[in-house]
Design a protein around this ligand. Structure first.
Ligand SMILES: *Cc1c(COP(=O)(O)O)cnc(C)c1O
Length: 382
């Protein structure tokens, strides 16, 4: 560690509580170090209890959960999958793993998530061309619920099954119901910078009992029920380890507190930054939405300020404060240069104008002051 790293403010570092170590200790004492064990069952139960999902399978990553989730929906070679452009690449990479093709949809300006009108446009045009998308992926970016009511009603109208990427949205709600439970399949991530972490991990939730069993089967090398090793399907090594699930059990008990703190941080920034001309915080909650506020983001309006997000990021860096650009839309990525996109200007504009601020739930008032005063300092120069 370099000396300056001591006071570095990170974007969203892990925030552990008092009980993770107990679960780890117990697993090691009882020799449950093999990849299955009581922590794994307990962690899955905790996730079901919190979300109300019928079944949960803990996996090695959120990406693995999206991969197996799309496979549950029957996605295969040559299929088309609808997907928001404004998201992390891990949402769409599994479409490629399966030999399928993404069709990207723009955001709407309030929640920054998939635009129901652009979605309808895409489905209408595809219908006219006799193209039937195999699945729709929806994402709740930065923990913000998408316009679920409108989006789900369009999906239903066209009979498209939904995979809900709630990797960033554990603890968020829509009309009182936890996110992750609205799709045919829901996905969470426990990567190092998410609201809860197991250092690395993910989970798939579903209400179809057969689908949970199938997911466990695929995630453990697709071993047929025989006394020897027999395989009829391709499998994966995607199960979460019992040790990491122990960290997850400790973390799940902290979820309500973590959501509360992240929401306080958003409100704090709002109060201390709102007076800066051309600066606005986002995204905004839709009617019925309750975000976990995983990350607080800002937008700079070039009509009102000369300051750019990149200037601000570099300035914060000089004060040892980490900030990051918003996700670069997938339709602008070289990897997806060939993919069709419906709209694209809304998320393209957000990418050009936005920045994510340090939002970790362990931040103190002094940490928040440090970020705000740094932003005020450069704003006076701009
Ligand atoms: C983090 C993330 C993922 C992937 O989760 P991993 O556990 O890192 O594989 C997928 N989608 C979104 C929107 C994410 O932020």
């Amino acid at each position: 560690m370099r000396s300056q790293d001591y006071d570095r403010l990170y974007l969203s570092p892990p925030h552990l509580g008092r009980h993770e170590l107990n679960y780890l200790h117990k697993a090691i004492e009882d020799n449950w170090v093999a990849p299955v064990g009581p922590n794994l069952d307990g962690f899955e139960q905790d996730i079901c209890e919190f979300t109300g999902a019928g079944h949960c399978v803990a996996l090695s990553s959120g990406t693995a959960a999206i991969h197996l989730g799309l496979q549950l929906l029957g996605v295969g070679p040559g299929d088309e999958v609808l997907c928001p452009s404004f998201t992390f690449v891990a949402t769409a990479n599994p479409i490629l793993y399966l030999g399928a093709k993404p069709v990207f949809i723009d955001s709407e300006a309030e929640t920054w998530n998939i635009c129901p009108e652009r979605l309808r446009e895409a489905l209408l045009e595809m219908q006219r061309q006799n193209r039937r998308p195999k699945a729709l992926i929806i994402v709740h970016l930065y923990g913000m619920p998408c316009r679920l009511r409108e989006v789900l009603s369009v999906a239903q109208e066209y009979g498209v099954p939904v995979l809900e990427d709630a990797a960033e949205a554990l603890g968020s709600r829509y009309e009182g119901q936890p996110l992750g439970t609205f799709g045919d399949v829901g996905v969470f991530s426990f990567n190092g910078n998410k609201i809860l972490t197991t250092s690395g991990g993910g989970a798939l939730v579903t209400n179809h009992p057969g689908w949970a069993d199938k997911t466990r089967f695929w995630a453990t090398q697709a071993r047929d029920p025989a006394p020897y090793y027999q395989h009829s399907e391709v499998g994966y090594n995607y199960r979460l380890s019992n040790l990491l699930a122990g960290i997850g059990r400790g973390q799940m008990g902290l979820l309500e507190d973590r959501v509360k703190r992240r929401r306080e941080i958003y409100t704090w920034y709002q109060k201390h930054l709102h007076a800066i001309p051309g600066l606005a915080l986002g995204p905004q909650e839709p009617a019925g939405g309750h975000s976990n506020r995983w990350l607080t983001c800002l937008l700079l309006n070039p009509a009102e300020t000369a300051l750019t997000p990149e200037q601000l990021r570099l300035h914060l860096e000089t004060r040892n404060i980490e900030s990051r650009p918003l996700w670069k839309p997938l339709h602008l990525q070289p990897l997806f240069a060939e993919a069709p996109v419906y709209g694209g200007k809304v998320c393209g504009g957000l990418f050009e104008r936005g920045l994510c601020l340090p939002s970790g739930s362990a931040m103190t008032e002094a940490d928040l002051q440090r970020v705000a005063s740094s932003i005020h300092a450069i704003n006076h120069l701009a």
